[in-house]
Write a new protein. Sequence first.
Length: 93
Amino acid sequence: MAKKNSKVSTKKRMSVIKNEYMISSKKKEFRRELKGLQKQVKSQPQVNDIDMDNKVKHTGINFSRSVDSTRPLRARDKKIIQRALKRKRKLNT
């Protein structure tokens, strides 16, 4: 009986190892495909209008300071302008 149990346990261990190997090989293959696609995209001629490398650091709204450009815009003013823009968007929809 002990011989049978050891055979079963070795089979289970081997199946686990095979499954892990298959999963890792699929992941590697998937990564290779992605790398190939990335190379294809990079090799295509780029559009000059769109810059894909540099991300915009400050994505906030550029507020126009028509009243006084020397005075820095306060957070309170920004909030007021944001609320006004939000109301305007709600009214347009």
